[in-house]
Design a protein around this ligand. Structure first.
Ligand SMILES: Nc1ncnc2c1ncn2[C@@H]1O[C@H](COP(=O)(O)OP(=O)(O)O)[C@@H](O)[C@H]1O
Ligand SMILES: [Mg+2]
Length: 241
């Protein structure tokens, strides 16, 4: 039987992945700040919700749920197109009174308990697709001697419930790993990397590439990434044509 795919709805990119991201994968969505990771994650959920009626959960740790919703509306994602009760933004954020699931800044909350809170929100909403924005924010000042095991167990728990998840990961510009500790790079099923590329003295372009995708015969090259009115599109980088 052919594996089911979840489309990214980034025009031109899904073909390269053999139709999309294999269902049930745990993927990192990695890049430095401002590379549109949150917007890409939101766009994937939004289009899958509107077009395929998939249940979607956007877990925000750093930005408030309200500010994210306002930002996304301004970027062209019209919330009135979303079917009722299938798209949820849950705010797990810092010191916000509106947030029922506060987890970060309070460093006394151990990493393990943070993961449990994430899992309990997932169990409550039972989504098909999830974005966690961000995995880096969730770590806060996590120090765990058993981090590899715990990350392994977290990823395994996400796979067990057959959730397709995108974990946003803030990359540091001077490092060549796609995550905070590097362990996640090995443990995840897929990595999508976005970056800014200086093309000449004044122009900067966004680029996207699939670094890794288990079960998909993908191209590892960078594409130029464009965004307009709620839709992403990729084109081949000119030097490659
Ligand atoms: N083509 C575009 N149209 C509108 N806004 C854009 C465009 N390109 C970039 N932006 C802006 O880029 C900012 C960064 O996007 P965001 O998804 O928050 O990045 P990240 O999560 O990687 O830090 C957004 O606030 C958005 O307003
Ligand atoms: Mg962001």
């Amino acid at each position: 039987m052919e594996e089911e795919r979840i489309k990214s709805y980034i025009i031109g990119f899904d073909q390269d992945l053999g139709g999309g991201i294999p269902k049930g994968h745990v993927s990192l969505l990695s890049g430095t700040p401002g590379t549109m990771k949150s917007t890409i994650g939101y766009s994937m959920l939004y289009h899958n919700c509107v077009k395929n009626n998939l249940k979607c959960l956007y877990l925000t740790v750093e930005q408030s749920g309200e500010s994210l919703a306002v930002q996304m509306r301004k970027l062209g994602f019209d919330p009135s197109n979303l079917p009722k009760d299938t798209f949820h933004i849950v705010d797990m954020g810092l010191e916000r009174e509106s947030s029922k699931y506060q987890i970060i800044e309070d460093v006394s909350i151990p990493w393990f308990e943070r993961l449990q809170r994430v899992m309990s929100v997932i169990q409550r909403y039972k989504p098909d697709l999830m974005v966690l924005d961000s995995l880096s924010g969730l770590y806060a000042m996590a120090t765990s001697e058993n981090l590899r095991n715990e990350i392994y167990r977290f990823f395994a728990a996400l796979r067990n419930i057959k959730l397709t998840s995108f974990l946003i990961s803030e990359m540091s510009p001077d490092k060549s790993i796609y995550s905070e500790f590097g362990i996640e790079d090995f443990l995840c099923d897929g990595i999508i990397h976005v970056k800014m590329e200086r093309v000449d003295d004044v122009n900067i372009q966004r680029r996207i590439r699939c670094v890794k995708m288990r079960g998909a015969n993908h191209r590892p090259h960078f594409y130029s990434l464009m965004f307009s009115n709620g839709e992403f599109q990729v084109t081949k980088v000119l030097s490659e044509v």
